[in-house]
Design a protein around this ligand. Structure first.
Ligand code: ZN
Length: 489
């Protein structure tokens, strides 16, 4: 009994659908289209673009898309003009234009406007761009007002009648790295940057391959390397090369490092030459977990001598950690900014260097907070590591400081000797993988020592890293309220 009833129902529904689709065109009075404006707009597009009455299913779908706000009037118009049904008509440019006028302006084509659009179509401008011109106009906006629908807009396609070398290079990055056509705005701004040599080919390639859009694709290591081959070498990966790069990634080298290997190659140079663009030099600091590393730290600054330390680090693409004192940070904030922008770490060394074991809990926090505010002003971020003056620590100090507390494994005593050679010897005779070295950029002999120590350590194969990096690669990271001395074995 139940089954029969069910079947009967189905039958009735089917009859109704067939009746609606085939037997007669749909009119507003028969269906619950509460929004007469939207309904009228969709019916209009069927009539003017496709030249027929709407079918019930299609009408309902378009109606829902517009009413729910998931599509705008412009987008629906585009989809009608891009529909297989319309494309099958194989319209001439003339017909296409006249259809646009009829559908979107509700009038016949006029002389001057028509001529201008025709000239563009004849020059090869994509039809979608002409449609964009129509939907972005006041006239279309008036039509949408008439039907009380949201106008919106559509994206045009990038179009250049004669692509320059820089444009072609950018277009291939869009296709290979992002898997899509260039949008006009993106193409214009990238082309400006590349053509005016504001950035090199390698920099622009970096901008694409490390863009949020590309990162969102969540590429596997292999897919990432293959992308580099196609985007930067214009070929598929050879098995040997692929295996080599995969091995580098698996042992902990970064994707930026692999990228730099590609763009610094002869093959990428040849690709750039073919597009007549400047390849540029590309450097990215990358930590090799298999090579020794050490964290140089400089306390009590910044001072007039800090730039010498920074110059030495910069020249060899190395970094250090600066534990700054608030009284100095307020005098030389620009050195803190520079150090931070070089990739150095900025640590907190209190405001005016008291022995924290001899002041109150509130005063400890006051010392830290005042300096943190200055660090924030110079870098836009707070210190993630703190060093207590003189290395004084007790439980109150540990509790009061909401940072890892970084002490040292090599004390150069540079503040006492004030002797460049003594400082150099102390570091070079004692350094081991994982050390944290204590120095003071407040003193001129220390700045001179840094100029010798940095290249000497690099020569020995050391990587100069920040304290946080050292903790990441040689320890298990850092925890707040804990004291660290170094990460040697
Ligand atoms: Zn100090």
């Amino acid at each position: 009994m139940k089954k029969t009833k069910h079947l009967l129902c189905c039958h009735l529904v089917l009859m109704l659908i067939l009746f609606a689709c085939v037997a007669m065109p749909v009119t507003a009075s028969e269906t619950p289209y509460d929004n007469q404006g939207v309904h009228g707009y969709v019916v209009r597009l069927y009539e003017t673009v496709l030249g027929r009455q709407p079918d019930e299913i299609g009408l309902n779908e378009w109606y829902q898309l517009l009413v729910s706000g998931s599509q705008t009037g412009a987008q629906v118009a585009r989809d009608f003009f891009m529909s297989p049904e319309y494309l099958e008509k194989n319209t001439s440019n003339d017909t296409y234009l006249r259809d646009l006028y009829r559908a979107l302006f509700d009038r016949d084509a006029d002389g001057i406007g028509y001529e201008e659009w025709m000239a563009q179509l004849d020059a090869g401008v994509p039809r979608i761009n002409i449609l964009k011109g129509f939907v972005d106009s006041i006239e279309f906006s008036e039509l949408c007002n008439r039907f009380s629908i949201e106008k919106g807009t559509v994206e045009g396609e990038y179009y250049g009648p004669e692509l320059t070398g820089t444009e072609k290079f950018i277009l291939r990055l869009y296709k290979t790295a992002l898997g899509r056509d260039a949008d006009e705005e993106g193409m214009t701004s990238w082309n400006y940057i590349l053509a005016n040599k504001i950035q090199s080919g390698a920099d622009v390639a970096f901008g694409f391959i490390f863009s949020p859009e590309c990162i969102k694709m969540n590429l596997s290591n292999q897919a990432f390397v293959e992308l580099l081959y196609s985007a930067l070498f214009d070929r598929g990966a050879d098995s040997e090369g692929l295996a080599t790069w995969m091995h580098e990634l698996e042992r902990g080298m970064s994707r930026e490092y692999v990228f730099s290997g590609f763009v610094n190659s002869i093959e990428f140079g040849e690709l750039c030459a073919a597009y007549n663009i400047d390849k540029g030099d590309f450097y990215v600091r990358c930590i090799d977990p298999d090579k020794p590393m050490v964290a140089l730290t400089f306390d009590d600054g910044p001072s007039a001598h800090t730039p010498r330390v920074l110059d030495a680090l910069e020249q060899y693409h190395q970094v250090a950690t600066f534990f700054v004192v608030g009284t100095c940070a307020s005098v030389y904030p620009e050195y803190i900014t520079r150090a931070y922008e070089m990739g150095c770490e900025i640590g907190n060394h209190t405001y005016n260097h008291p022995d924290l074991t001899r002041v109150s809990y509130a005063e400890i926090q006051n010392q830290i907070n005042k300096t943190n505010a200055l660090i924030y002003k110079a870098t836009g971020t707070y210190a993630t590591v703190t060093r207590t003056p003189g290395g004084s620590v007790n439980n109150t100090v540990k509790n009061a400081i909401n940072n890892p507390i970084i002490l040292w494994s090599i004390d150069t005593v540079d503040w006492k000797t004030r002797n460049t050679q003594a400082t150099v010897n102390c570091v070079l005779n004692n350094v081991e993988d994982g050390d944290i070295v204590l120095m003071h950029d407040l003193h001129k002999p220390t700045a001179a020592a840094a100029e010798i120590i940095v290249p000497a350590l690099v020569e020995r194969g050391y990587q100069l890293v920040t304290v946080s990096e050292l903790a990441q690669y040689r320890g298990n990271g850092l925890e707040n309220h804990k004291v660290y001395y170094g990460f040697t074995n």
